[in-house]
Every structure is written in structure tokens, then in C-alpha cells.
Write a protein that binds this ligand. Structure first.
Ligand code: ADQ
Length: 528
């Protein structure tokens, strides 16, 4: 890029940053993201890559149905892809996906209003066992979450992981051809993809967001393929984490394992003639939209129905919403509730807790174990502390539509987010976004990324049952005026940093990385 173009680009990005920070500014919206993308990504195709796809096709009795994956992340990236008409490469996991995709695995998305291409990668049972359940979820996931589940390392899993990563990269290269493109990789399933893309020599700007924590260097060191994972990630122009600590842990791990020039203060790594920038970009939710949904008449009607069906009228309600994952501290949360009911009998019969847990990764033993512990804890509490209107702990083990989830958020007087370790935790932010009436309280683990931002929550450790029991009691017993003031402060934080800010900031840092990186880094500075 010519110097005057680089300067003009830098000035306009600086203007956007100032605009985003202005205290009286309205909230960043989807339109702002769209405008940003039009201005700064012009001429480059956008390619999003994730293990999970934004839409699945499934067979039902009524024919093929499309399911939209409603996580906060896919909603934002879907908006970006819809606007720019790029390509999204992901694993086709729906049982009707092949029937509706062409020979290359492509289908126009969103279904019915085509704007971009979803290119599906097909994974067989062996890939699922080794790449997904094995290396991704039995090695990297427990390694990165320090929750005392021992990671399992198998050479077969690693071989499959590399092979599947190469297939993701090949699909990207096939899609972009010789066009310049921006590639936005998601998460720990795809740590090698950037390396294959970089080595292709194509004109690509590549960013990767690591949605889970990054462990400290001593823990990371036990990974037999640590150099390969780091090498893959450093082939990106930008690697993003939710918190500064995780970004620092990553830089430490590079320092520990590789010969590279690491600048901790600037957040850069020079290696093999390439510079990667490392930063922290806390993700948010579409707080305005969740708030609007929370105030819809059908949400209020659904809330009334739920109270009636579960015998919750006149009862204070707690809620937990998670994938049934051992990192989320679900049994720990219920055990702390049990202690609260022992210590504060004034809540007996006047308090119920609803745990909504989606079954996940059930092929892995530790996931079945956490499900069993959760069920046992719920049954024990219900035996020990019966309630006239219904069970004291209501356990709902299924995936809810977001529209079904919001009435639960509205019903809850307190939401418990008790992860043993978590990258961010979007449930904490969704709950706060839904509390437009300020009637709610958040009990939050300090080991979540969200705890760095949501300081007015009742912060309590899931490793300290007594402390967490007290936090529940305080959250329920706090005087209404204080409770509302707390929730107002929490809401301000969630509204201020929403998912559109996040997307703009990550992509803006990616585009800006080119400006901050010397055109060629002297190879002798960079050893590889
Ligand atoms: P997750 O570990 O999946 O995400 P989280 O951030 O809490 O954790 O997001 C869970 C999402 O799933 C939320 O949007 C929630 O509404 C939804 N969900 C959970 N249970 C549900 C249910 N029973 N029915 C329907 N929806 C349900 C990973 C990292 C996190 C990081 C995110 C995003 O582990 O640390 O915050 O990515 O970067």
C-alpha cells in the first residue's frame, strides 16, 4: 500500500476509535459495523472460519428444517457476512446438510435470503473422534481451562487435528483463489489453519480469536505439540483473547517455547520474517436487541406461563444457563445452594433454582460425570428441601431457543455464573442485558472474563462453597434500591461494550496491523 494510502487509512481508523470512545455516543450498532466494513474491507473478500456453522439443515417429520445457531458470536459474524457477501467455512453437522449443499459443500445463506456462501466441511466418525472429541476437547480444552481435568494427548488425535485443519485451510484457499481476502479464524479447533494459509503465499490478512482462556507457560509446556500450536497461531497477523492476562500468558508461552522476538509491552512477536500482533478484545452481546426482546409482550406472557407451570408464583427464583460442561461449575453451584438453604432456612419454600443445561460432548467421560453429579445434587436438594409448589431445583436438560431463554432470564431474581475457569461467559452478559427493569442480581465467579468488567456483581469463588452460599443470600436479601443501583451499573457496562464494538475492534486491529508492521522484518531479528 502506498504511503499516502496508509496514512489516510490510519487517520480514518483513529477517527472511528475516537467516535467509539466519546462519552455521549449512542451505542455501537450493526449499522456501524456494516459502515466500518464497507470503508475498510473494500476490495478484500471476507472469509470466516469456525468449527461450528451458523445454520444447520436437519430432517424433521415436516421435511428439511433450517436451524440458526443463536450464539452471540455467530449473530455478529452472520451480520458481517450478510453485508459483505463473503464465505463462511465450517463443519456441516446437520443431518440434512449434504442434501441441500452442492458438490463443493456450498449453500447460500441465510437460507431464503441468500447473501453469502456457507461452505461446509464434511467430517467422518474418525475425524469426530480424533480431531473434535480427541485433540480439541480432550487435550486443548482441559489444557486451557485450569479445572483439574487431566488433558489426554494421543498422537492419532494430533494427526487428525492437523489433517482436518489442512482441509479447512484448503477450503479457504479454494474459495479465495488469487483474490486478496481477510480471513477471520475462530477458536481452538483451528490452531494450525493460519500456518497453512500463510505458507500458500496468497494475499491474505489473517486474524484468529481464541475464545477460551490461555493457560500459564508452565501448564502450556506439557502439550507435546506446543511448538506446532504456537507456530500455527503466530502465522496470523493478529491473535485475540478476551483478557489481557490470557494475551500475556500466550506471549509468555511463546517466550518459553520458541526462538522469537517477543515485545510484551507492544504485544507483538517477530518470527521467521513475520510479525503477529497479540491483543485483548473482550466480547460482548447485542444488549439492545436482548433488552428489546425482554420487553416484548410475548416474553412477559411466557414468563407468566413459566411461573405457573413450575409453581413459582410468589417464589424468588435463581437461574443457571450453561452447556453441561465441567468448566461451568454446575455441581459446585448447586452444592453452594444446599449450604445456603442449610444456613438460611428463611428461604425454604420461598426460593427455587432453575438450571438449564444443554447436553454437550457426551461422548467424553468427564462430560457424563458432570451430568451425573448435577443430577445427583439436584435430587439430593429436592429430597432434603421439598417445596410445596414444585421442586426446589428444576433441572432442564435441553437446548432452548433464545426466545425461550429470555423469559427465564426475566423470571430470575438471581443468575448464577460459577465457572471454574472461562474465557468470557456470555450468559452473565445476556442476563444483565435482559434485566431492563433492573430487577435482578448476578452472582459471578472471579474466574470468568466477565468478572473483569462486571465489577458490581456479587463475586464469589466456586471453590468456596460457604462464600458462594453467602453471596446467594446477599444477592437475594439486598434492599431493592441497592439492588437496582447495582444492576444499573452492570447494564451500563454491558451496553457500552457490545458485540458490534468487539467485531469492529478486532477487525480494525487486523487491518491496522499492516500499518504498524514494517513491510519486511529483517530475518536476523526473528529466528524461527
Ligand atoms: P461457551 O463455553 O459456550 O463459549 P458462554 O460464553 O457462556 O460459553 O456462551 C454460551 C452460549 O450458549 C450463550 O449464548 C447461551 O445463551 C447459550 N446457551 C447456554 N445454554 C443454553 C441452553 N440450555 N439453551 C440455549 N442456549 C444456551 C465459549 C467460551 C466462553 C466465551 C464464548 C464466546 O467458553 O468463555 O465467552 O465462547 O467467546
Amino acid at each position: 500500500m502506498a504511503l499516502h494510502d496508509r496514512v489516510r487509512d490510519a487517520l480514518s481508523r483513529a477517527a472511528i476509535r475516537t467516535h467509539l470512545r466519546a462519552p455521549d455516543k449512542r451505542r455501537t450498532t450493526q449499522d456501524d459495523l456494516v459502515r466500518w466494513a464497507r470503508e475498510h474491507l473494500a476490495g478484500r473478500r471476507l472469509v470466516i472460519v469456525s468449527n461450528r456453522q451458523p445454520y444447520s439443515h436437519v430432517h424433521t417429520e415436516a421435511g428439511v428444517r433450517v436451524l440458526r445457531n443463536a450464539g452471540g458470536l455467530t449473530v455478529a459474524l452472520d451480520a458481517l457476512a450478510r453485508t459483505l457477501g463473503g464465505v463462511w467455512v465450517a463443519h456441516g453437522s446437520g443431518d440434512a446438510d449434504r442434501d441441500v449443499s452442492d458438490a463443493r459443500g456450498c449453500v447460500a445463506c441465510p437460507p431464503g435470503r441468500p447473501a453469502y456462501t456457507l461452505r461446509r466441511i464434511w467430517l467422518g466418525p474418525d475425524d469426530q473422534a480424533h480431531y473434535y472429541a480427541g485433540l480439541s476437547n480432550s487435550a486443548l480444552w482441559p489444557l486451557c481451562h485450569i479445572v483439574f481435568v487431566r488433558p489426554r494427548f494421543h498422537a492419532d488425535d494430533w494427526a487428525s487435528y492437523e489433517q482436518v485443519n489442512r482441509r479447512f485451510a484448503d477450503a479457504v484457499l479454494d474459495e479465495v483463489g488469487d483474490d486478496p481476502a481477510v480471513v477471520f479464524l475462530q477458536d481452538y479447533h483451528l490452531a494450525r489453519v493460519a500456518r497453512y494459509l500463510r505458507d500458500s503465499g496468497r494475499d491474505l490478512r489473517i486474524a484468529q480469536f481464541w475464545h477460551i482462556p490461555w493457560p500459564n507457560a508452565e501448564i502450556f509446556r506439557i502439550l507435546p505439540w506446543r511448538n506446532e500450536v504456537l507456530d500455527g497461531l503466530l502465522a496470523n497477523d493478529l491473535v485475540g483473547f478476551h483478557t489481557r492476562r490470557h494475551a500475556h500468558n500466550f506471549l509468555d508461552a511463546v517466550n518459553d517455547a520458541l526462538e522469537a522476538r517477543v515485545d510484551l509491552a507492544a504485544g507483538s512477536v517477530d518470527r521467521g520474517g513475520h510479525r503477529a500482533w497479540i491483543g485483548d478484545f473482550p466480547i460482548g452481546v447485542d444488549a439492545e436487541e436482548i433488552g428489546a426482546l425482554a420487553e416484548m409482550p410475548h416474553t412477559t406472557a411466557a414468563e407468566r406461563r413459566l411461573r405457573f407451570e413450575h409453581g413459582l408464583e410468589g417464589v424468588r427464583v435463581g437461574i443457571g444457563v450453561d452447556r453441561m460442561d465441567y468448566t461451568k461449575g454446575i455441581p459446585e453451584r448447586l452444592e453452594a445452594l444446599e449450604v445456603m438453604l442449610e444456613r438460611h432456612p428463611e428461604w425454604l419454600g420461598k426460593f427455587a433454582f432453575v438450571q438449564i443445561a444443554v447436553p454437550t460432548r457426551v461422548e467424553i467421560e468427564e462430560y457424563r460425570a458432570v451430568r451425573d453429579r448435577t443430577r445427583e445434587a439436584a435430587e439430593r436438594i429436592n429430597r432434603r428441601f421439598p417445596r410445596a409448589g414444585g421442586p426446589t431445583v428444576v433441572l432442564i436438560e435441553r437446548n432452548l431457543d433464545f426466545g425461550e431463554l429470555v423469559p427465564w432470564y426475566r423470571t430470575a431474581d438471581v443468575c448464577a455464573v460459577t465457572s471454574l475457569h472461562d474465557g468470557m461467559n456470555l450468559v452473565a452478559k445476556e442476563y444483565v442485558a435482559a434485566c431492563t427493569d433492573l430487577e435482578g442480581a448476578l452472582v459471578l465467579s472471579p474466574y470468568t472474563g466477565a468478572a473483569h468488567e462486571l465489577e458490581r456483581a456479587f463475586v464469589a469463588s466456586p471453590f468456596d462453597r460457604d462464600g458462594m452460599a453467602e453471596a446467594y443470600h446477599q444477592a437475594l436479601a439486598e434492599a431493592p434500591a441497592f439492588r437496582r443501583a447495582r444492576m444499573e451499573a452492570l447494564r451500563e457496562s454491558v451496553l457500552r461494550r457490545n458485540v458490534y464494538d468487539w467485531a469492529i475492534q478486532v477487525l480494525d486491529a487486523l487491518v491496522g496491523a499492516g500499518l504498524r508492521t514494517p513491510l519486511a522484518i529483517a530475518p536476523e531479528e526473528s529466528g524461527r
